[in-house]
Design a protein. Structure first.
Length: 278
């Protein structure tokens, strides 16, 4: 059914514990007789995929599944086997699953990170044809002893064995894990365009990325990796719903969330989430 775009600035209250806008700069909720959908500012909408959406602007996002027509599904099991509640939010053992919002990444893809799609917009296929991509040297240098002292304006998000912080870095919100007692900075989480310098604006095919950087993982080489317990936590995604690449560089490691292309190709785009760690 073709969706009609609502022109009202706010829809009527949704029967969900969330407001009608999430990532206000990215889109808002819309409704017609068939249900609810997420309308992006470019008038596109997610379909047959998961989306993380911060519905009340509190800095945490819930995950929602949209059917092949783009409508939110509720109170059921998704095609890939996960449970969503009456509000459409992904739940495990009755608990709504949440993740910290990365403001620069917008309404991030969940399962669609591995959904087949063609490489659009001229993604780089020959890694040797462009300037060398490198891990951001400033971020690289902050990881380790006294790294927290180099980022004085961090905002604490949560406490644990490592505390989690958010920090504005050149206009982009990064997530940081660090130990406030030892001042040890353990990791950065953010988009590829920030974690790496000279990253191509249209993205790059994975083998081309390795050809360009030489950052093959010491343990996994160029193999595509499924999720692990810790990466599920880091990326905030269900086990088995995504694929990632690992990399190594001068004693540091990184994991990057991949987007699938055709013919067993995989891509990294400027907004692809990356964790860089010691």
């Amino acid at each position: 059914m073709k969706k009609r775009l609502l022109v009202a600035t706010a829809a009527a209250a949704m029967s969900m514990v969330m407001s009608m806008t999430a990532f206000a700069s990215m889109g808002n909720w819309q409704q017609d007789a068939s249900g609810w959908w997420w309308q992006r500012t470019d008038n596109s909408y997610p379909a047959d995929e998961w989306k993380w959406i911060d519905g009340n602007g509190d800095g945490t996002a819930e995950s929602y599944y949209f059917d092949q027509n783009g409508y939110l599904i509720t109170n059921t099991t998704t095609p890939d086997g996960y449970t969503v509640n009456a509000d459409g939010a992904w739940v495990q053992d009755g608990v709504v699953q949440k993740r910290q919002v990365m403001l620069d990444l917008g309404d991030e893809v969940l399962a669609a990170q591995t959904a087949t799609q063609s490489a659009t917009g001229g993604a780089i296929m020959d890694g040797k044809s462009i300037e060398k991509i490198v891990v951001n040297p400033e971020l690289f240098g902050m990881i380790g002893a006294n790294g927290m002292d180099k980022l004085p304006n961090m905002t604490e998000i949560s406490q644990g064995w490592l505390n989690t912080y958010s920090v504005d870095y050149n206009g982009v919100t990064l997530r940081v894990e660090a130990n406030p007692e030892s001042r040890w900075l353990a990791s950065f989480y953010g988009p590829a365009k920030v974690i790496f310098s000279n990253f191509p604006e249209n993205g790059i095919e994975l083998n081309a990325f390795y050809d360009n950087t030489g950052y093959e993982s010491l343990s996994t080489a160029r193999n595509i990796m499924a999720s692990t317990g810790d990466s599920d936590r880091v990326f905030g995604l269900p086990t088995g719903s995504y694929r990632m690449a690992w990399g190594s560089v001068d004693g540091r490691s990184f994991n990057v969330l991949l987007t699938a292309g055709t013919n067993d190709t995989w891509y990294i785009y400027p907004d692809s989430p990356v964790i860089l760690y010691n």
